[in-house]
Design a binder for this molecule. Sequence first.
Ligand code: SF4
Length: 303
Amino acid sequence: MAGVPPGWQDLAVSRTPQPRRGKDVPEQLGFDLMPERLFVCTPSKLSSYADCPRRYRHTYLDRPAPQKGPAWAHNSLGASVHTALRNWWDVPVERRNSAALPRLLKATWVREGYRDDEQERAVYERALGWLEAYTAELDPELDLLGVERTVAAKTAVLALSGRADRIDARNGEAVIVDYKTGRTGLDADDARGSLAMALYAFAAERVFRRPCRTVELHHLPTGTVAAHQHTPESIARHVKRAEDTAGDIVAAEKALADGTPPDEAFPVRPSSLCSWCDFRRVCPAGADAPVKETWAAVETATV
Ligand code: SF4
């Protein structure tokens, strides 16, 4: 069973409905070797579990899900900028320039989470400046394979899908581009270690039937690009990591189904992320984390 993480075979088989063996079905057809059900996931689903199993449970399993805290301004900012950039590529090429940006950003601006109108206005101006500087360096006729494009692929155990911010066509290859709007700059280690971008590359190579090894983080606040050139081996390591995480999730879900208390099957994993967690109010570990205002991450963002 190539590609199946050690120790997962039994769990995976237990999730598979047992085949019916009628008298017309010879044993040697090997129904026990029928493909197992694949674990359907996105990179963010896997990362959610890796960051904190309890947060994963609240997000993906608990129904009804616990009520989330209020919206974060940095999420509003990120969504606004991403959508404006996506729509910029839909503007006819002769008008695809900085003059189009104020209208695009206004149209997609998400208002939630800011301290007040004054802060929101200042962040809007800052975001517009990022976009103007970024698009000034962009070829409006860039050869694109996709913008906010969903790519999907299967492994022996995963049915992966995810939406890449942009996929460029360069020199016969596909290049994954991910926009970032956070405060801190990024370097090549961030690009190398990004599970999401490696999985996008894995899927894009199959979808577009061309090599996809280069992944780039475009940090809009600083106008910098952190790039990494993957090898087939480094992509395979990320895929293995994803499969291992999926194996852990399946094991935890099975434990839950078998009666293990939810807080044991999906334990807390306290970290600096707790202050920003949507579920900190319903989590004992979250109660100990320093409280952050919903606008804290945009207050001193790099201009
Ligand atoms: S507050 Fe921290 S420990 Fe609790 S669910 Fe969120 S990330 Fe996990």
